[in-house]
Write a protein that binds this ligand. Structure first.
Ligand SMILES: O=C(O)C(=O)C[C@]1(C(=O)O)C=C[C@@H](O)C=C1
Length: 263
């Protein structure tokens, strides 16, 4: 969480939501970047893996990239969660500590397996065109950026849950003691907020993904909407991503965090 949102003692729902809004930009841009390349299916198959490499190029790349990131000091914050956490090395450079505003069990909350499955089994097919241009290394680097951005946003749910608990401990304590996940899910759900989030990410995809030209009569740069078929990523894919996966998984993170909040 950035300074000002989660850094101070007064973590507020408004500040955490502002951070979630900022994370949307990272997700939209990461998808736009990945959409430059076609699907490139061989990057996801273990069939062509070199000697000593068990999985696909995508898995190899993420594992190796996370080792480098960990050495550089990444994964110290509760929202930065690696996909392959086993045996990650410690940072080789000094890292600046972050304010401990969450319950210590926050570090055990992780939904990256579900994010991994969703990304490769469902999402990729929705925003990349069928094809193979051979740029596999670049492709998996772009996948890694998408995965990181999505994971970070979803694990910010730990802060959302902490604020909600602090704001109304009297509402959250009974279902936490009763381990009632459904009651917690109902308490933390705001349908009206979810509708706005979906509309906003769709609009961001429409604005960030349009082609910018210098032609005077360009409708798009005068505030009009780019035609969705001309956008680099179909804006509807963004609202679907949030509706079906990002917000539900954020809420799963919130519930998992709350269930441990009084341990
Ligand atoms: O803003 C909140 O209150 C959240 O919990 C975050 C979020 C989301 O993922 O965007 C999730 C659940 C709510 O129903 C609304 C939005």
């Amino acid at each position: 969480m950035e300074a000002g949102a989660g850094a101070g003692e007064q973590l507020s729902l408004g500040a955490v939501r502002d951070q979630l809004i900022r994370e949307e930009d990272s997700i939209v841009f990461a998808l736009i970047e990945r959409a430059k390349r076609p699907r490139n299916a061989p990057a996801y198959s273990s069939a062509g893996a070199g000697a000593g490499v068990g999985g696909s190029l995508a898995e190899f790349f993420v594992r190796e990239a996370e080792v480098l990131h960990a050495k550089a000091g990444h994964y110290q914050k509760p929202e930065d969660v690696p996909f392959f956490s086993q045996d990650l090395p410690p940072p080789l450079f000094p890292t600046k500590g972050y304010p401990k505003v969450l319950h210590p069990s926050a570090s055990r909350v992780c939904v990256n397996d579900a994010i991994w499955k969703m990304y490769f089994d469902e999402l990729l097919q929705l925003f990349t065109v069928d094809g193979d241009d051979g740029n596999y290394a670049e492709t998996v680097a772009l996948d890694f950026a998408c995965l990181q951005a999505i994971s970070r946003r979803i694990h910010c749910g730990k802060y959302v849950a902490e604020v909600k608990f602090k704001d109304s401990p009297q509402d959250y304590t009974p279902p936490i003691h009763a381990k009632d996940s459904n009651a917690l899910m109902n308490l933390l759900t705001f349908k009206a907020v979810e509708e706005k989030v979906k509309k906003r990410v769709e609009k961001k995809a429409r604005i960030f993904g349009q082609n910018v030209t210098l032609e005077e009569d360009s409708v798009n740069q005068q505030g009009g909407n780019a035609c969705d078929s001309e956008c680099k990523v179909d804006p509807k894919v963004l609202s679907k991503l949030y509706d079906l996966w990002v917000m539900p998984l954020t809420k799963d993170v919130e519930v998992e965090y709350l269930l441990r909040r009084l341990d």
